[in-house]
Design a protein around this ligand. Structure first.
Ligand code: AMP
Length: 510
């Protein structure tokens, strides 16, 4: 595995291979097979563009050659920051075929995040959209130390040729952690583990060539990319329809036009869909499965989803680090976040001392398995805390298991805020606000919000003159960070409540 990654121990790797989870196939090879099996069928739809499996496969080959001609080499990290466009898929497969490693930045990221990702990953190249929604990504990337920069409009294609097949047990790409530490960490995903995840998720969702998957969420999210998402659909010969935004205005007409059968949303967006479905004239009747995950939902709301949208609801709990749990039927979807997609997923619920709690009781969910990472990239000190000695990933989520082995998420112990579909680390926002001259002390927590689930609240101990919310937002904006991390509320306070151990008592602040 790429230097700086933590491989699975040999006995686990052997077992995962013997039991048929890891089949030694690269993502690029699986697309090749899909192109042979489904060549003329439509793989991707975006606006008026329709791209067949054969065309996508060939496009990836031409781009791979072009990137190689421009000097991109195997193992090089490449930051890919694109909106929802077919190019995202073709470019990623091109890089997979070369053995270069895409780092999936979010379109919302700005200079601060991209520079951090470049430094952490050592990325030498950047691929961005040029200008998109009024923001000049080209200008931003120019200020960062990349050897190569590419825009969507650039003609990168080369003459297709064969490249040495990458090692399937090596990293294919990097996802970003939702983040509990001040800055996001990189999650290495291997070909073996991701091919397995996407195939297994697709089989739980019973995806077939008749399915039409609507990519509503940002395509670089693990949920939309591979749970089963874009990849799980492509492996099965289905059609992937790419939406520009998750709003009903964009998505409902696409559902009708393309006969969408499956899609995935976060709870806050689901709420909008449910409301708009009541009066829309669009025909949503082809939709058979709606996956909802990423944050907790109120039980009354859960019950309204299926009837409102006329499809089956599947609750999804998951993380870019690996583990996915899906509900399987109508009934468990009303009560639980489902069961793991793989029989090889190991789940434990532990107390503060790391011991298992009795079944049914609440504790921290820790997990390991054939598609759950063993370590973040290049952060050995953090990895010592984030994993148990025997390689279980500490999720920071509070959960319980029912007698049937179903997972129910009860809360969080990590300092992460889930605001709509976005994950924000309290520590990251604090580290920015602490630099403001009027701020003597700051603690950032998520406070409940009917619509977004949570909003970002900054508790501030002011120096002489108290800052306003507008000032704090302007200040963070000026530091070139993604907009979704800006505080929604400010509360002035004289001193922070402390826990018995002398830490800021975030629970009390919330
Ligand atoms: P990410 O890696 O960005 O997908 O974030 C993963 C985290 O999102 C998990 O560790 C949970 O804290 C949270 N999460 C994901 N799905 C759910 C869910 N169905 N219910 C509650 N929290 C969730």
């Amino acid at each position: 595995m790429l230097d700086g990654c933590t491989p699975w121990p040999a006995e686990f790797a052997e077992r995962y291979r013997e039991q048929g989870y890891w089949r030694g196939e690269t993502l690029g090879a699986v697309l090749r097979t899909a192109a042979k099996d489904f060549g003329p069928r439509t793989a991707l739809v975006h606006g008026d563009r329709r791209i067949s499996y054969a065309a996508l496969d060939e496009w990836a080959d031409r781009l791979a050659a072009g990137f190689a001609d421009h000097g991109i080499r195997p193992d090089e990290r490449v930051i890919v920051q694109l909106p929802n466009v077919p190019e995202f898929v073709a470019i990623c497969f091109a890089l997979f075929r070369l053995g270069a490693k895409p780092v999936f930045a979010l379109a919302a990221h700005r200079h601060t995040e991209i520079r951090h990702l470049q430094e952490l990953s050592g990325a030498t190249a950047y691929i961005g959209p040029g200008t998109h929604r009024g923001f000049d990504y080209r200008e931003m990337a120019k200020q960062i130390d990349f050897r190569l920069r590419f825009d969507l409009g650039a003609d990168i294609a080369g003459i297709p040729r064969d490249f040495p097949e990458p090692d399937p047990s090596d990293v294919a790409f990097f996802l970003l952690s939702g983040g509990t530490t001040a800055l996001p960490k990189l999650i290495p995903r291997t070909h073996d583990d991701y091919v397995y995840q996407t195939r297994t998720a697709a089989s739980v969702c019973e995806l077939s060539a008749d399915d039409v998957y609507l990519a509503t969420l940002p395509i670089e999210f693990n949920f939309a990319w591979g749970s089963p998402g874009v990849l799980g659909t492509l492996w099965n010969g289905g059609k992937v329809v790419i939406a520009d935004s998750p709003s009903p205005d964009d998505c409902f007409p696409l559902i009708e036009r393309e006969g969408v059968t499956v899609t995935a949303l976060v709870p806050s967006l689901t709420q909008i869909w449910v409301e708009v479905a009541e009066w829309t004239e669009a025909d949503l009747s082809t939709l058979r499965l709606l996956q909802v995950g990423g944050a907790r939902m109120r039980p009354e709301f859960v019950r309204s989803i299926g009837p409102a949208l006329g499809c089956r609801l599947q609750q999804v709990f998951g993380m870019a680090e690996g583990l996915l749990t899906f509900t399987r039927g109508e009934e468990d979807a009303l009560r639980t976040q489902g069961t793991p997609i793989s029989p090889a997923d190991e789940l434990r619920i532990t107390d503060e001392t790391g011991n298992d709690v009795p079944t049914g009781e609440i504790g921290e969910l820790v997990t390991r398995g054939p598609y759950t990472l063993r370590g973040y990239y290049r952060v050995p000190e953090h990895n010592k805390k984030a994993f148990t000695a025997d390689g279980f990933y500490r999720t920071g989520d509070l959960a319980r298991l029912t007698g049937n082995g179903e997972l129910v998420i009860e809360g969080r112990i990590k300092d992460m805020i889930i605001r709509g579909g976005d994950k924000i680390s309290s520590g990251e926002v604090e580290s920015h606000l602490a630099e403001h001259p009027a701020v003597a002390g700051v603690a950032v927590v998520g406070v409940p919000d009917e619509f977004l689930g949570e909003r970002i609240c900054a508790y501030v101990i002011p120096r002489e003159t108290a800052p306003s919310l507008a000032e704090l937002r302007e200040f963070m904006h000026g530091r070139d960070v993604a907009e979704y991390k800006l505080p929604d509320l400010i509360k002035l306070i004289d001193a922070f409540p402390l826990t018995p151990l002398g830490k800021v008592d975030r629970k009390a602040l919330r």
